[in-house]
Design a protein around this ligand. Structure first.
Ligand code: NI
Length: 270
């Protein structure tokens, strides 16, 4: 079995501070577990730069996964950009997006769980980054937490945007509508949780060619590792549950999602 973890944050300080041996050991370990490709997802300018740096550093290194990166501002990080800096920050993302290892703009979107007071600012930054993705012709990686209605409204205003709904948490109906428009839908640890009936239902609906798997490591560990730090080696647990839900094998989920991730990111799948 080979896995493509379509969304992880190995630039996160938890890997350097808490994983025995740090990031390098974590990457070597997950490679030994069959994870041969990872998209390291930027959330801020700092992490976008670090994701690209890591992708360059590990390029062609034997015994490590091949890493690609996405660049962009997570809705919570976007709030730290003062209005007056907006154009400069977007220019910087545009520059980062031209890096050969940058395969997507993200993660961008809306998070009404952690931020209840600045929805308009979040929407503006989401909208601007979607326009940027359309301009540079890259897919987007979307973070939508407790903001399903507004996320869909903003996506409708960007008919040329394509990409991924990451760590999907919306309704089955919304998954169907997004899939009809060609959006990829990515499932993470929460699909393994007992109380995740709706997410499981959504996982059934997504057509084979739009299905993705991810960890969002170091966050969102799957059952039976809840409470621990997540890493891509735990993908197999998520794959097993997705396989059970869809009536296939975990190996089929691994291979299908691997090829889909290559396609959405514009990478060859060998
Ligand atoms: Ni993430």
């Amino acid at each position: 079995m080979r896995f493509f973890d379509s969304h992880a944050h190995y630039d996160d300080r938890r890997f350097s501070n808490e994983f025995p041996g740090g990031v390098d050991a974590a990457l070597r370990y997950v490679f030994s577990q069959g994870v041969t490709r990872i998209c390291d997802v930027g959330a801020s300018l700092r992490s976008s730069n670090e994701a690209l740096g890591m992708a360059d550093f590990y390029a062609g290194q034997e015994g490590y996964p091949s890493i690609c990166a996405s660049v962009g501002l997570h809705p919570c990080d976007a709030l730290e950009v003062p209005d007056i800096m907006t154009a400069d920050v977007l220019d910087e993302i545009r520059t980062l997006a031209a890096h050969p290892k940058a395969v997507a703009i993200g993660e961008i979107g809306l998070d009404y769980h952690w931020d209840e007071d600045h929805h308009d600012r979040q929407k503006t930054m989401f909208d601007l980054q979607l326009s940027l993705a359309e301009e540079v012709k890259k897919p987007v990686i979307i973070h939508d937490r407790d903001a399903h209605g507004d996320t869909c409204d903003i996506l409708r205003a960007h008919p040329n945007a394509t990409g991924i709904l990451h760590s999907y948490s919306g309704s089955p109906e919304m998954a169907r509508q997004l899939a009809d428009k060609g959006w990829y839908i990515s499932f993470s640890g929460p699909v393994t949780y007992k109380n995740a009936a709706k997410v499981k239902e959504a996982c059934v609906i997504v057509p084979d060619e739009l299905l993705l798997i991810e960890t969002d490591a170091p966050y969102l560990p799957p059952v039976p590792h809840r409470g621990k730090m997540n890493h891509s080696g735990y993908l197999v647990h998520t794959a097993e549950i997705m396989a059970e839900i869809r009536g296939v094998t975990a190996a089929e989920i691994a291979e299908l999602t691997y090829r889909n991730a290559c396609r959405v990111f514009g990478l060859s799948d060998n």
